[in-house]
Ligand binder design. Sequence first.
Ligand code: SF4
Ligand code: SF4
Length: 403
Amino acid sequence: MSMNVQPDIDFIKDMKEAGGDTLKKCFQCATCSVVCPLSSDEDPFPRREMIFAQWGLKDKLVGDPNIFLCHQCGDCTAYCPRGAKPGDVLGAIRAYAYKHFGWPAGLAKLASSGKNLPMLIGIPAVVVFVMWLISGGLSLPTYEEFAHAGYGHFFGHWNFALLAKNVFFIDLIMLPTAGLAVYASYKGVSAMWKKMAENAGVGEALYRPSAPQFVKEFLWPSVVEIVQHDRFKECVTNKDRVRGHLPLMWAFIALLFVTAYSAFAQDVLGIFIPSLHGPMSLWNPVKIIANVAAIALVVGTGILWGNRTKMEADGQASNTFYDWFLIWMIMGVGATGIAAELFRLIGIVSLGYVSYYLHLVSIMMLFLYMPYTKFAHLVYRTFAMAFERYRDSAYVKNPLNEE
Ligand code: SF4
Ligand code: SF4
């Protein structure tokens, strides 16, 4: 039986833009599936995905867990006899999936293209600037005030002991942004899960795990595997990516803890102990964790930056907005945060305030675009790994059904 497959022009255009332009070179020798350290005999990749992508079968690809299980190590690209860069093609398919499942669609589309970079920077820059303007804080403090309050009066100051004005304005910017990111991630991952279940024919499972069972049996083991970098460590050609990714991941975990502590201390405890609204001492244990994490963030990102540059110079990877945007954003967060702290310590108010403004802009960018950029692998890969476990579990392969 012959099958007439119509190429999808938009899909092919997206593939090219996100680094999958070598797709057509593949002649399906399967070397990539053999050398890929993460591919299994039962469900090999990336050769099959290369075929699907050549045929434009985007529905099959976005519901294929393998595209998220790939860690973009480049082992397959190093051995491809045709120079087809399958690692980059899978990266391009992931970029397409984030846009495909992204909600709201307009924001997902905006964040997917380098042509929109001025707008991507401009939106958070304007939001933070307008907040700064309407807060009435748009003026530099005296040297003494800066030494005493740090950036605690960036958005001004009021005599309302229960809630610092700065905390109020930061919450006003960051809470809706983070809320949108969480909801958009939930929508995207739910749609991905549905598609994967449909493609794998597991939509009609006889019984389903409860939420605690799902977390215990599928989600938590996937999180542990990710934190330990078990699969990442199997990559051979590109060990530097693990050396960069590991400190980066721990830095994010530490900064998440610091942010949660800080929000609790400022928003809740600060109601009863107003002095908590001031800057932390350098020797406060939480501040030490924050500083070590900031350094790990910059070092880890620097290693990934160098690694990406080298891979591109060696022809092992393509230069794509998808890959670089995340590196730039994280480096922006780390560099502006460290700069703001250094300028505070040496007492240069103007440069400190500019750095702090840029720091808020880069944090907002990271949150706002998280569900649509390469950063989305954080949630999509975790759930794809959970799906991989679920698909092979007794919930789906019910032994009572087998003859
Ligand atoms: S991508 Fe390269 S290694 Fe993989 S099947 Fe195609 S030609 Fe072979
Ligand atoms: S980039 Fe690495 S993990 Fe991804 S398919 Fe290629 S060899 Fe496998």
